[in-house]
Design a protein around this ligand. Structure first.
Ligand code: F6R
Length: 241
């Protein structure tokens, strides 16, 4: 694993964004996996700025999302579809036919999971997957305990997120929410991975994920086994290394 540490948070956002920009500029047909959240929001803003200042061709690239909340509307501002559309696809001018996301509604999510990973793989190998990390070590919706050999699957929403989404969408208490996510195996098949983390609240889990045992109890620890994974951190997230 290569570890890059920046002094400040703005430098952290820029560093990750430049890695992504260079990947696209080098390989205009690259298939790139994006994540959502507080970490990636700043990265995406920086990527949009870079693209504005130094335009590069995005007409042949494919953008896909690592995960999606199920049984919410795509127009809900917290859906991954909505977030990546507004943070990445539109600012970079990626053609809509090159934007892949799992559906939010279906009567057969098992089939949707298979279709989604198949739709990504026909585009070619994933050149780069950008990951954030949860404070419990989750990546995507792969929570602690997820088998390392998992493919795309529908995970149960964690309770805190479940409550927040219900508050924000007004979903009925009995409407099941889930997290459709690419599995650990799908992630590990990516040619290159960037794990990005900023802020002191990520310091402990970053230390455990990078230097602790590789265990399904800490999903991000599997990245120690990936041949081309770069971990990009700001000084706060790196303070226990
Ligand atoms: C979401 C995803 C999640 C987040 C993680 C960190 O698409 O993949 O694993 O990366 O929950 O979220 P933030 O950045 O909000 O701390």
């Amino acid at each position: 694993m290569k570890i890059t540490i920046t002094d400040t948070e703005p430098q952290f956002f820029d560093r990750v964004a430049w890695r992504v920009a260079v990947e696209i500029a080098d390989k205009p047909e690259a298939v790139i996996g994006f994540s959502t959240g507080r970490t990636t929001k700043g990265i995406h803003a920086s990527l949009a700025d870079i693209h504005k200042k130094y335009p590069f061709d995005t007409s042949g690239m494919t953008v896909f999302g690592l995960d999606e909340i199920t049984n919410v509307s795509r127009e809900y501002f917290g859906s991954c579809y909505y977030i990546l559309l507004h943070e990445v696809v539109e600012p970079l001018g990626v053609p809509m036919e090159n934007y892949l996301m799992p559906p939010v509604h279906s009567d057969d999510f098992t089939r949707e999971c298979q279709d989604y990973q198949a739709a990504i793989s026909v585009r070619g190998p994933v050149a780069l997957q950008i990951l954030g990390i949860g404070e419990n070590g989750h990546i995507g919706f792969n929570q602690p305990g997820t088998p390392f050999n998992s493919y795309a699957w529908l995970s149960k929403m964690d309770e805190e997120l479940d409550r927040r989404i219900r508050r924000e969408t007004g979903s009925a208490p009995d409407a099941p929410l889930g997290g459709l996510t690419l599995g650990i195996r799908n992630i590990m098949y990516s040619k290159k991975i960037i794990l990005a983390a900023n802020g002191v609240r990520k310091a402990q889990i970053i230390r455990d994920a990078l230097y602790g045992p590789v265990t399904e109890e800490l999903p991000a620890s599997v990245l120690q086994l990936h041949p081309d994974c770069e971990v990009i951190l700001d000084a706060e997230a790196a303070r226990l290394l």
